[in-house]
Design a protein around this ligand. Structure first.
Ligand code: GLA
Length: 734
């Protein structure tokens, strides 16, 4: 069992629960007769469970009271599992309510517990999964007797990975309704150890830049109020000791398995206790819980690493590849695709697409993806979203004809949708203006000239599903790119009544999840790629439905190094949509060697985003060998362990990272140099992740070397002159 517990005698702590993963432990204590659910420990694995005498549930250090059990000071300083509103804990809290009479107080006490093998699903929500050989689950049943509210705190400890997941279930057992005004999913209280926070911040076309800062007494709060997890802030927060780096030091990673509004916070309190929280953003959230109803909060994944950021990263990758992504494609090479977006934008027809497919097939490319512009009167991005009927002016002969032609050339066929949207200039909007998210009497804000469909409304979900399915059934379509190109504003629903209006943002996300779930149940072999104006919804929630997500609209190889570096801090390479595009790059205007563009995209899902009929012959001639290289290494890239070596973003000179097979028998590294420099030194890189006593052959070197030498001495990297040149370094056990 990964979970043990003891009853403690003659102690302030009455019960201790200990959750163990291979290298970490997490301890919860039930304090005093009143049953406060306290947090005792999270960190490196400990063997003993009896730590009751060492716990911090004493009087707070400075309180103007002679009573050494002054309640007010205690609740504002002790470490707890799930802090609540209005009863003296002035730090960030997880649970807030509003009773029908308007009171805002809630307190939790322990009632009972269950320990079960494996892990249960969270109804309607994405979550990691595990069978009983992989994990055990602890459910702490807590209650607020005054409100008649039951709150289950749910913890799963993974047996082979240093992962603990948390979620919360709230049940209204009272006779009257209550409003939930804040339901976060996890809290982590700890003593300060000179911590820093690391987050992934960005914008459209420059997603997930790694940012770090010192943790202070000023609350560090970030999140998304945009209706999606967003380009701007990813639902990931890492707390690390200041001395922690890639291979050493203590690191706590938290990632929210959710694709909508979220909030994360970290701060030191007046006694230097650290509190970290994560969950659904409380702004625009107010959930009416009627008598007998249940609210499930999404899951937070927590990873502890005592061996630096690298171990945390590899743990997230393993967890997501094995216990989150469900698609059968997760362990398969994805077809090398060519997408026509940057090739044609809206200006294409059947002949154009077939000509791209014909040329692509000669190069070994395996799938054509028809992007935006194939439906309604979608000649530009000002119209037609919602009108999912094939535009036969562009696609003469219809969709089936096109797909058959492409199939005849030996290519699979994929298609783009943006199912959650509605253009004001569309037949759908003219017929159902009340299906858009909007506040009556207020003209909604347009973004990319479109509105968002009200996914809280069952008939909208139903209609949208039917539209997508009709198209999928009309031809041999094997891949869908599911896009979402604007964020939410004007939060009003013509469907929800006033007392449920605060549920719109969360119900929107639940609607999207239900659509994708249905799609996968009905089309189990469909390869789904999520996307949101590039990487605006790159989160674990989406990975539950699609094995890959388009990483960014920025396909410039050098920008991609940063974007993919930040993304891979948490998410596996097998999930990162990455393509080779044309130069000068359409977003940043930079020229990079075709070879480098290929090498960088190899460390993602790999594909092309260019007009293969119009690029130079020299570049086109490189495609067959790139495709071959993809097939040679994709198994390793998809399943191996990821190691960061150097970041161009940080050092301004070169970038280097790699993947090492689980058995340490093979590795592939990429080295990319920045701008050319006159008379510069030869670079040395120390290859990480190899086994010290194994003997390896390094491509390009005649001698064989031990892993020990390769990781400590390193190897020189010789590259031709030029800007942004790169090289793959293949290492294999001799
Ligand atoms: C978004 C996507 C692009 C492309 C366009 C089409 O920006 O990220 O890849 O599909 O939409 O409108």
């Amino acid at each position: 069992m990964a979970i043990t517990y003891i009853d403690c005698k003659d102690s302030q702590i009455k019960k201790i629960f200990k959750l163990d993963t291979p290298k970490s432990s997490y301890c919860i204590g039930i304090v005093d007769e009143e049953g406060i659910v306290g947090h005792l420990y999270y960190g490196e694995h400990i063997n003993d469970i009896n730590i009751s005498a060492l716990t911090p549930f004493t009087e707070a250090p400075f309180v103007p009271s002679k009573n050494n059990r002054d309640r007010g000071s205690i609740v504002d300083s002790i470490p707890v599992e799930y802090p609540t509103q209005g009863l003296g804990d002035y730090r960030e809290i997880c649970l807030g309510v509003e009773s029908l009479k308007g009171y805002n107080a809630v307190g939790l006490t322990f009632a009972s517990f269950d320990i079960v093998e494996g892990k249960n699903e969270i109804p309607g929500l994405p979550a990691t999964f595990a069978d009983k050989t992989e994990a055990d689950t602890l459910i702490l049943h807590c209650e607020d007797k005054v409100l008649g509210l039951k709150v289950d705190l749910i913890y799963t400890a993974f047996k082979k990975l240093d992962v603990i997941t948390r979620s919360v279930r709230i049940i209204n057992e009272s006779e009257e309704s209550i409003y939930l005004t804040r339901v976060l999913s996890a809290c982590l209280d700890m003593k300060d150890r000179d911590f820093e926070t690391v987050t992934l911040h960005g914008s459209w076309a420059r997603e997930r830049r790694i940012e770090s800062q010192k943790l202070t007494h000023n609350s560090m709060i970030f999140g998304s109020k945009r209706g999606e997890s967003s380009h701007q802030d990813n639902p990931f927060l890492m707390i690390k000791t200041a001395s922690a780096f890639d291979e050493y030091g203590e690191v706590y990673g938290m990632n929210f398995v959710y694709s909508g509004n979220f909030m994360a916070s970290a701060a030191k309190d007046q006694f230097d206790n650290v509190r970290v929280t994560m969950g659904i953003h409380p702004e625009n959230f107010k959930w009416k819980l009627d008598k007998g109803e249940v609210f499930n909060a999404p899951e937070v994944v927590m990873v502890y690493s005592g061996e630096g950021t690298g171990h945390m990263t590899r743990t997230f990758h393993d967890l997501y590849r094995q216990n989150l992504i469900r698609s059968p494609y997760k362990n398969m090479p994805r077809p090398v695709l060519i997408n026509n977006w940057e090739a044609t934008y809206f200006d294409f027809d059947t002949d154009k697409l077939v000509s791209i497919a014909r040329e692509a097939s000669k190069c070994g490319i395996e799938m054509l993806v028809m992007d935006d512009g194939w439906f309604g009167n979608r000649f530009d991005d000002n119209r037609a979203l919602g009108d999912w009927k094939v535009n036969e002016e562009k696609l003469k002969g219809g969709l089936k004809y096109l797909v058959d032609e492409v199939n005849k050339l030996g290519l699979k066929f994929g298609i783009w949708f943006e199912p959650e949207m509605i253009s004001p200039d569309s037949d759908l909007y003219r017929e159902h203006p009340d299906w858009a998210i909007a506040i009556p009497g207020r003209v909604p804000v347009r973004s990319r000239n479109q509105y968002v469909l009200d996914m809280s409304r069952p008939e909208v979900v139903e209609y949208t599903y039917k539209q997508v399915v009709d198209i999928l059934q009309s031809a041999n379509i094997e891949y869908v790119k599911w896009d979402m190109n604007r964020q939410l504003t004007d939060l009003g629903s013509y469907y929800l009544d006033s007392e449920r209006m605060g549920e719109l943002s969360h119900r929107y996300v639940l609607g999207v999840y239900s659509l994708q779930e249905r799609l996968l149940q009905d089309f189990p072999n469909l390869l789904l790629e999520n996307c949101s104006g590039g990487g605006g919804r790159f989160d674990p929630g989406m990975l539950y439905y699609s094995p890959q997500i388009w990483c960014s609209d920025d396909t410039d190889a050098i920008e991609r190094l940063s974007i993919q570096e930040g993304t891979s801090l948490v998410y596996p390479l097998s999930s990162m949509g990455a393509h080779v595009s044309d130069c000068p790059n359409h977003i940043v205007g930079r020229n990079t060697p075709f070879e480098t563009r290929g090498n960088v995209a190899l460390f993602g899902t790999f594909g092309y985003e260019l007009d293969v009929t119009r690029i130079s012959e020299e570049d086109r001639n490189l495609i067959p060998s790139q495709v071959e290289t993809y097939h040679k290494y994709n198994e390793l890239v998809r399943s191996g362990d990821y190691y960061r070596i150097a970041s161009l973003r940080e050092n301004g000179h070169f970038d280097c990272f790699g993947v090492v097979s689980k058995d340490k028998g093979e590795a592939l590294y990429i080295f990319v140099r920045g701008m050319a420099k006159a008379n510069s030194r030869t670079d040395f890189i120390r290859l990480k992740g190899l086994q010290a006593d194994k003997i390896y052959t390094v491509e390009g070197f005649e001698e064989k070397y031990t892993g020990d030498i390769l990781s400590k001495v390193g190897i020189p990297v010789a590259l031709r002159n030029g800007d942004f040149v790169s090289k793959l370094i293949h290492v294999i056990e001799a």
